[in-house]
Write a protein that binds this ligand. Structure first.
Ligand SMILES: Cc1ncc(COP(=O)(O)O)c(C=O)c1O
Length: 394
């Protein structure tokens, strides 16, 4: 082939930095290097695997599944939405099951925005939102969230970037990479702005169950006037240690869901049937990790957070806001005089501790590094000891 031109939409994209980092850690570990990444070491709970295996043994497991999602999974999602999100939804018309939250977000964006549209997103923000928006042909328009404000969105920053081309706001709460949670007051402001400017709100709730200090997760769709303009994306990956299973779901009113399903139907046909059976057992079942409930997992994460943040704050030169949810800390390391990329690569090379450069989360992420804290406490303590030894030596 002589003319090897690639789609211009890929020009400002690169392979997912978090997946590249995971691959690098795997390679290092395979070569005998002990790397601490503070990441999850837990398995999917047994009852979830058993439900998937039971389904797999039935003849229907070989068939294409209902493209909306198998009925028992949609029913479980509807029960979960009523229980955890205070939302009564129709399992037949308001759910789109997707192969992971990621695919749900891309399908949503493909359904609601197009070339020439602008989409507002937080900076720093989850590193996949920007390329996902670009894939649709729309333009990502970042707005800053600041550590001085505990990474809480300032509505004025949103309003200042709205143009006649703005179609949607993409949000994530609890937030990756900062662990911030949108307050109810902020959500009400966002709702007011979205209604006034007739915008969609894409709400990523991947970490909805991980909340600390008595914080509560509120779905923005439940705020008055928001139901028909909010698209909520949820996933089994984080809550139930089902990362590799690839199953999530999108909640939206029927005409929006219909279009999201149309996109998904051409990309995936359906989500693997027995994976959905496992996910249904997850949503209805008692355990999130081993024999721990979601609440117990969240309490463990809170202890892990307290240990990590206290340890980071004890290092001269590091400042760290207190994450309110998810399992990410996003300390400011700018006083070391290194770019975030350089800081992260030196930390890995010298201390064998892995964090993700803040720069991959947007321009405002420069000067920061993202650590996760969903590993068991001894690993967090060991990682901190390595980090403290290295950083006090330079
Ligand atoms: C903020 C956020 N949203 C969505 C996802 C996607 O999760 P999954 O595709 O595994 O459901 C992730 C995980 O990488 C995430 O961090």
């Amino acid at each position: 082939m002589s003319n090897r031109n690639f789609a211009p939409r890929l020009e400002r994209m690169r392979f997912s930095s978090s997946l590249a980092s995971m691959r690098r850690i795997r390679e290092l570990r395979a070569s005998g290097v002990s790397v601490i990444d503070f990441g999850s070491k837990f398995d999917t709970p047994a009852h979830i695997k058993e439900a998937a295996v039971r389904y797999l043994e039935q003849p229907q497991a070989s068939m294409y599944a209902d493209p909306r999602g198998i009925p028992e999974f949609r029913a479980a999602i509807a029960r979960k939405m009523a229980r955890a999100n205070d939302m009564v939804i129709d399992p037949d018309t308001e759910i789109s099951v997707s192969p992971g939250g990621k695919a749900g977000i891309v399908a949503t964006l493909l359904a609601i925005v197009d070339v020439g549209d602008e989409v507002l997103l937080e900076d720093p923000g989850w590193l996949s939102f920007d390329p996902m928006i670009r894939l649709t042909g729309a333009t990502p328009v970042p707005f800053p969230i600041r550590p001085q404000n505990d990474f809480q969105l300032d509505p004025a920053d949103l309003v200042a970037r709205i143009t006649p081309r703005t179609r949607a706001i993409v949000l994530c709460s609890p937030h990756n990479p900062t662990g911030a949670i949108l307050s109810i007051a902020t959500m009400r402001e966002i709702a007011r702005i979205a209604i006034e400017h007739d915008l969609w709100v894409v709400m990523d709730e991947a970490y909805e169950h991980f909340l600390f200090d008595d914080n509560r997760h509120v779905s923005i769709a439940t705020i008055e006037g928001m139901r028909e303009r909010t698209i909520s994306i949820q996933t089994a990956s984080k809550t139930y240690n089902m990362f590799g299973w690839r199953v999530g779901w999108v909640i939206a009113v029927p005409d929006v869901s219909e279009r999201i399903r149309m996109v998904l139907s051409h990309m995936f046909t359906c989500v693997t049937s027995f994976v959905q059976a496992g996910a249904a057992a997850a949503l209805d079942g008692p355990y999130a990790q081993g024999t721990l409930s979601i609440e117990e997992v969240s309490r463990n994460y809170e202890t892990q957070r307290n240990t990590l943040v206290a340890g980071l704050r004890a290092v001269p030169g590091i400042r760290c806001t207190m994450p309110a949810g998810a399992y990410f800390a996003f300390p400011d390391i700018s006083s070391f005089g290194l770019s975030s990329d350089e800081f992260a690569s030196r930390l890995l090379a010298n201390a064998r501790v892995s964090g993700l450069s803040g720069a991959v989360f947007g321009g405002m992420g420069e000067g920061h590094i993202r650590f996760v804290f969903n590993a068991p406490l001894p690993e967090i303590e060991e990682g901190l000891a390595r980090l403290q030894r290295y950083l006090t030596s330079i």
